[in-house]
Ligand binder design. Structure first.
Ligand SMILES: Nc1ncnc2c1ncn2[C@@H]1O[C@H](COP(=O)(O)OP(=O)(O)O)[C@@H](O)[C@H]1O
Ligand SMILES: CC(=O)OP(=O)(O)O
Ligand SMILES: [Mg+2]
Length: 399
C-alpha cells in the first residue's frame, strides 16, 4: 500500500510517498515559492542526493501536478501510474474544537474545515487547496486529514481558557488549541516504547524545538497543557515568532509605529524571536556561528531561547505533579546539545540528571541522555510527523 503525505503551506508543498508494507519513504521532496518568481521542486533521491527542478508553479494544484509528474517520470520517478497511490494524508493545522482525531475527508468534513479558516487564516486555506486539488486530480482516492490541534483537545478548560471576557470564547472560539500535536503524540509514544514502560501511566514533557517551538505536558497518555495557543505564536520563543509577551506591548507598538493589525501580526510571526533578537538569522546553526564570533546579540538570542524552554519545563513539572520522561525533538531539539544541556542544568532538584558527555556526542537518533540514576528519563526522539500521518491514514481506511 502506498500513501502520499502532503503538507501544504502558503507558498510550499512538502510531500513524502510511503510504502506502508516496508515503512519506507519511496519519494520525498517539496515545491517551493508557489506563485512567485523562481518556483522549483526539490527532491531527495533514494541515495540521498538532492535535485532541484525549475518550473513555473502558479498555484497549489499546479504544484501537485508537478509533483505527480516527477513521481511518474522515467528519470526520478518511482511509480508507473497514479493509481498506485492508495490514499493521501494531509497535515491540517487547525481543527478547532471539531476534531479530536484524524478523519476521512468527506464533503461534510470539508465544510467543517472551511469553518476553521477563521481560526487559522494563515494555515488552513493552503491545506484546503491541497485537499481540493487532490479531489480534482484523483477523485477516487480517499483522503485523510490529520490535525496539529487534535491531540490537545484533551486539555481541561482551565488550561485552555484565556483570561478574557468569556463571551469572546463563545463568539469566536478564542482559546488555547495548541499545535504540533502529531509530533507530541508520536514522540511521547515512541519514548515509552523505547523505554518499555506503559504510555497510559507516565508523566511526560515533550519539547518540540524546530522552526516552530512548542512544549506539551502529557499525563496518562493525554495532553493536559501545551504552550502554543489559539495561533502558533504563543509560548516559547521561536525562529521568527515572539512567543509569550505582555499583551500590552501589542497595542503600544501599534500606536507608536502606526502599525495595522496585519503589520503587527507579521512582526510577531516573521520578524521576531531568534531572528528579531539576533538580527542575524532564525537558524540556530547561524546563531551558533555568531556565538563563536562573540556576537553579543547571538548570545542573547540563544540565552533567551533556552531560558524560556527551561521555564516551561519547570511549569509543566508543577502541572504534572512531577515528571517521568522528558523528550527533546525537532531540528534543534535533536541536534543542538547546548540547548538540551542548558535546559537540564541545575534541575537535579526535580530529578533530572543529564549525562553531559553523552549529550554532547549524540544527535538525531533515539537515545536516553540522562544518567542511569536520573529519576527523570531524558531522551532524544527524532520526530516523524509524516509517518504518523501515513499511519493514521492507513488506520482510518481500516487497512
Ligand atoms: N545541526 C544543527 N544544529 C543546530 N540547529 C539545527 C541543526 N540542524 C537543524 N537545526 C535547526 O532546526 C531548525 C529546523 O527544524 P525543523 O524541525 O526541521 O523545522 P520545521 O519546523 O521547518 O520542520 C533549523 O532552523 C535549525 O535552526
Ligand atoms: C503550526 C506550526 O507552528 O507549525 P510549524 O512549526 O511547522 O511552523
Ligand atoms: Mg516542523
Amino acid at each position: 500500500m502506498k500513501i502520499l503525505v502532503l503538507n501544504c503551506g502558503s507558498s510550499s508543498i512538502k510531500y513524502k510517498l510511503f510504502n506502508m508494507e516496508s515503512n519506507e519513504v519511496v519519494a520525498q521532496g517539496g515545491v517551493e515559492k508557489i506563485g512567485m518568481k523562481g518556483s522549483f521542486l526539490k527532491l531527495t533521491l533514494p541515495n540521498g542526493q538532492k535535485v532541484q527542478l525549475e518550473g513555473e508553479i502558479l498555484e497549489h494544484r499546479a504544484g501537485i501536478e508537478y509533483i505527480f509528474g516527477v513521481l511518474l517520470s522515467e528519470k526520478y520517478g518511482c511509480i508507473k501510474s497514479l493509481d498506485e497511490i492508495d490514499a493521501v494524508g494531509h497535515r491540517v493545522v487547525h481543527g478547532g474544537e471539531r476534531f479530536n482525531k484524524s478523519v476521512l475527508i468527506t464533503d461534510e468534513v470539508i465544510e467543517m474545515l472551511e469553518e476553521c479558516i477563521e481560526l487559522a487564516p494563515l494555515h488552513n486555506p493552503p491545506n484546503l487547496k491541497g485537499i481540493f486539488a487532490i479531489k480534482e486530480l484523483l477523485p477516487d482516492t480517499p483522503q485523510v486529514s490529520v490535525f496539529d490541534t487534535a491531540f490537545h483537545q484533551t486539555m481541561p478548560d482551565y488550561a485552555y481558557v484565556y483570561g478574557l471576557p468569556y463571551s469572546l470564547y463563545e463568539k469566536y472560539g478564542i482559546r488555547r488549541y495548541g499545535f504540533h500535536g502529531t509530533s507530541h503524540r508520536y514522540v511521547s509514544k515512541r519514548a515509552c516504547e523505547f523505554l518499555n514502560v506503559p504510555y497510559e501511566s507516565q508523566r511526560i514533557i515533550t519539547a518540540h524545538i524546530g522552526n516552530g517551538v512548542s512544549i506539551t505536558a502529557i499525563k496518562n497518555g493525554k495532553s493536559i497543557d501545551t504552550s502554543m495557543g489559539m495561533t502558533p505564536v504563543e509560548g516559547l520563543m521561536m525562529g521568527t515568532r515572539s512567543g509569550d509577551l505582555d499583551p500590552g506591548v501589542i497595542s503600544y507598538i501599534m500606536e507608536k509605529e502606526r502599525m495595522s493589525a496585519l503589520g503587527v501580526s507579521t512582526l510577531l510571526n516573521k520578524f521576531s524571536g531568534v531572528l528579531g533578537i539576533s538580527g542575524i538569522s532564525s537558524d540556530m546553526r547561524e546563531i551558533e556561528a555568531g556565538i563563536k564570533e562573540n556576537n553579543p546579540r547571538a548570545i542573547l538570542a540563544m540565552n533567551t531561547y533556552n531560558y524560556r524552554i527551561k521555564k516551561y519545563v519547570g511549569a509543566y513539572s508543577a502541572v504534572l505533579g512531577g515528571v517521568d520522561i522528558l523528550v527533546f525533538t525537532g531540528g534543534v531539539g535533536e541536534n543542538q546539545w547546548v540547548t538540551r544541556s542548558t535546559v537540564c542544568e541545575n534541575m537535579e532538584y526535580m530529578g533530572i540528571e543529564l549525562d553531559e558527555e553523552l549529550n554532547r556526542s549524540v544527535r538525531a537518533k533515539e537515545v536516553v541522555i540522562s544518567k542511569p540514576t536520573s529519576k527523570v528519563k531524558v531522551l532524544i526522539i527524532p520526530t516523524d510527523e509524516e509517518l504518523t500521518i501515513a499511519k493514521d491514514t492507513m488506520e482510518i481506511l481500516g487497512r
